[in-house]
Design a protein around this ligand. Sequence first.
Ligand code: UT7
Length: 343
Amino acid sequence: MTGWGHYVPDRIVTNDELARYMDTSDDWIQSRSGIRERRFAEEGETTATMSVESGRRALERAGCSPDDVDLLLVASSSPDYITPPVSSQVQAGLGMPQVGAMQLTVGCTGFVYALVTAEQFIRTGGCETILVVGTELISRWLSWEERSTAVLFGDGSGAVVVEAAEEPCGIRGSVLGSDGDGAEHIIMPAGGVAKPTTHERIEAGENTLQMNGREVFKFATQVMGRSLGEALQKTNLTTDDIDLFVPHQANARIIKYAAEAYDLPEEKVVMNVDRYGNTSAASVPLALSEALDEGRAQPGDTLALVAFGAGLTWAAAIVDLAETLPALDAVSAPGASKTAVEL
Ligand code: UT7
């Protein structure tokens, strides 16, 4: 992983602002989720434009040009259109050559799935330099009638550059999982082929994101720890070997539960859900990119990335950073942590 970058829209939406449109409060949102504010995309911004921005920043950090990339993966469940895939828009927007580009739609788990996919192409020698992006613009799919869902999500994008290297580094082990029996717990019912958009379905709010928060909460608290445990077991590591835990930022309580279960101290846990809410497929790369910018990891460190989401799906990846990582050496104030939030 040789470069990283992120982009969030300028518009900050506080809990108090949401309480003007919905029957909710700053106190309820903070105590149930840890979220203080989130970003909402402004007019003219789309999943493609945000992806281009974070992708450009990641390439710059890696010292690569768009011409160097031989595969582009964009994880998103809120693409600009159902077709074409947003990955091709991002490819054109970055001015990349006509190499392979694909969109992965795996809910909030999408970025970790994409990273594991990228690693396979690198390992087989099929590709040398891959840009992996996770972007979500969910604010346009929220219903202000669904207060328990609407208060949780925000928009943003994060990206990493993955390059082939001589030294042993990269994904040491990973776990991918899915349980389609839980599909209805996070769903946008209308707009696909099962329920094409009609006036009636729009009026019934079926073209907005719907989530069974309690069921997802139960699933999340189990699967976060379980998938981290399986990834550690596969790699013969313990939590003592993990220098930085980068979990999906869905809810501070879920992160805290997993961190406590594994005795992970606060300084090893990345948490920015308070400032961005749940940005779905963007959440892990956004948290990772901020943490690396702040010098919270050193070359040679071992990271644990864990995500879960719609499907239902989950994924965990244990990632070794290279011992020589110019992009990380260039980061000032090693060890500085602006985002460490009290668990
Ligand atoms: O990346 C996708 C993964 N998604 C998630 O990880 C979400 C997982 N779920 C959660 O984070 C939590 O379940 C929520 C934050 C969504 C809800 O927290 P909770 O502690 O499970 O609350 P609840 O659903 O049990 O609701 C408690 C009460 C209810 O009132 P009654 O029935 O007890 O009178 C809700 O109607 O809170 C009420 N409520 C609200 N009140 C104020 C629900 N939403 C709100 C709201 N503001 N926004």
